[in-house]
Design a protein around this ligand. Structure first.
Ligand SMILES: [Zn+2]
Ligand SMILES: [Zn+2]
Length: 138
């Protein structure tokens, strides 16, 4: 995917830093947090600061190019996948899994739209233990 074009599509002026951050987000479907993105990119872009990463992500979210997840209340993380999907946070390993949205949940958002509600955000969060960690415990 051409990240430059991707940002333009969302009316975001593509600067070197913005391209690098969006590129990282699109290539890492692990829902990285600000620290993770900063640590990954600061070697490549020595002028990058955590504040820039934060402000850039905020801009992406405002323009709909990324989503912010608050499933882990201690640490906001970011998703380059803006399609409607649910998340499962494993409390043991901290990994956030993408889950397809159930048909009933989709029906619910359709129903809201039909009633004239303008939906801007939906958060489907599940928390517990992932299959890998459950196996380890047994
Ligand atoms: Zn786990
Ligand atoms: Zn996701």
């Amino acid at each position: 995917m051409n990240v430059y074009e991707y940002l333009l599509n969302y009316n975001i002026k593509p600067s070197v830093q913005r391209i690098a951050i969006m590129d990282y987000l699109l290539k890492h479907e692990t829902h990285p947090c600000i620290d993770e993105i900063y640590m990954a990119l600061c070697k490549e872009i020595p002028t990058l600061s955590k504040t820039t990463v934060y402000n850039t992500l905020k801009l992406f979210v405002e323009h709909g190019a990324a989503k912010m997840l608050t499933i882990d209340e201690r640490n906001a993380c970011f998703d380059g996948n803006t399609s409607l999907h649910a998340h499962f946070l494993c409390k043991a390993c901290g990994k956030i899994y993408d889950l397809p949205l159930l048909q009933e949940d989709k029906a619910e958002t359709d129903m809201l739209n039909e009633k004239g509600f303008v939906l801007e955000e939906t958060h489907h969060y599940y928390k517990g233990t992932c299959p890998k960690c459950t196996k380890k415990a047994n």
